[in-house]
Design a protein around this ligand. Structure first.
Ligand code: HEC
Ligand code: HEC
Length: 216
């Protein structure tokens, strides 16, 4: 069945075919991956390169020592390779691009295996400007990785429709660029297009934060 699965990875087998495969319970391991990827995301948003490198390095090690079935090795190897690239990033933009690519690889394997995330409940969209930014970025990332169409779309809409904030008067144009990018992402369905846009968007968060606060 695994050979069958591998042969079908490009054609997206229905979840029921994956459910028949005997698997180790991957949930704890996967939650660690998600947590590390989230740490990487927050480091990028904050413009904190050393923290981004550290989170990516831990993720690369975790992926290299995982307990995946042999047939899924290509996905794991690809994910580990990208995490290693993120750990060696020399700029926030490189780290963000790697995080996007990595997340698309998570999504590709989830689609191929019928695994992934489901059932998370979303709170209502917050009003406060930065809380709304974080809400949008988080749910776009979740939607990309899961993959979850509604989470991606709703996250992008929440961010794309945010009013320009009063918290950074000199950087209103940066805020507008951020909201425009998110609005452009809302209708996207291809994980690799989503990944590229999301990575670009996180760099805009970092751009504003590091302009305001200086490098950390
Ligand atoms: C080799 C394939 C593969 C790769 C690569 C992969 N996943 Fe998964 N993921 C799975 C499978 C299969 C499941 C379902 C596991 C289960 O139910 O035991 C899953 C489930 C999950 C879950 C839900 C866990 C739960 O408690 O139900 C999360 C979170 C997750 N993955 C995150 C990630 C992240 C983040 C990445 C990328 C860094 C990633 N995964 C990469 C195959 C993969
Ligand atoms: C136009 C400039 C600008 C952009 C773009 C921007 N931020 Fe911020 N951010 C700020 C300022 C100013 C603060 C500090 C003041 C505050 O907390 O509101 C801040 C603080 C934060 C905080 C800490 C919030 C708190 O209440 O302590 C988070 C989280 C945050 N931003 C998330 C994001 C995310 C996620 C993005 C990108 C999706 C983003 N920001 C983009 C200007 C920006």
């Amino acid at each position: 069945v695994l050979v069958f699965l591998l042969a079908c990875t490009k054609s997206t087998p229905p979840a029921s075919s994956a459910a028949k495969v005997e698997l180790p319970d991957l949930r704890d391991e996967m939650e660690d991956h998600f947590y590390r990827a989230l740490q990487l995301q927050l480091a990028v948003i904050g413009g904190d390169l050393p923290a981004a490198q550290a989170a990516a390095g831990t993720l690369a090690t975790d992926l290299a020592t995982g307990t995946f079935p042999e047939a899924w090795k290509p996905f794991v190897d690809e994910a580990a390779k990208i995490a290693t690239r993120a750990a060696a990033a020399t700029s926030i933009s490189e780290a963000a691009t790697a995080l996007g690519d990595l997340s698309a690889t998570c999504a590709d394997c989830h689609t191929a295996t019928g695994g992934g995330l489901e059932g998370a409940t979303r709170d209502p969209v917050p009003h406060e400007h930065m809380a709304r930014h974080l809400y949008g970025a988080y749910w776009m990332g979740y939607g990309l990785i899961a993959p979850d169409e509604r989470a991606w779309h709703d996250g992008a809409r929440a961010l794309g429709s945010a009013p320009i904030g009063a918290d950074a008067p000199a950087l209103r144009h940066v805020d507008a660029r951020l909201h425009d990018l998110a609005a452009r992402g809302a209708p996207m369905t291809d994980p690799h297009e989503r990944a590229a846009l999301w990575g670009e968007l996180l760099v805009v968060c970092a751009e504003c934060h590091s302009t305001l606060e200086g490098p950390r």
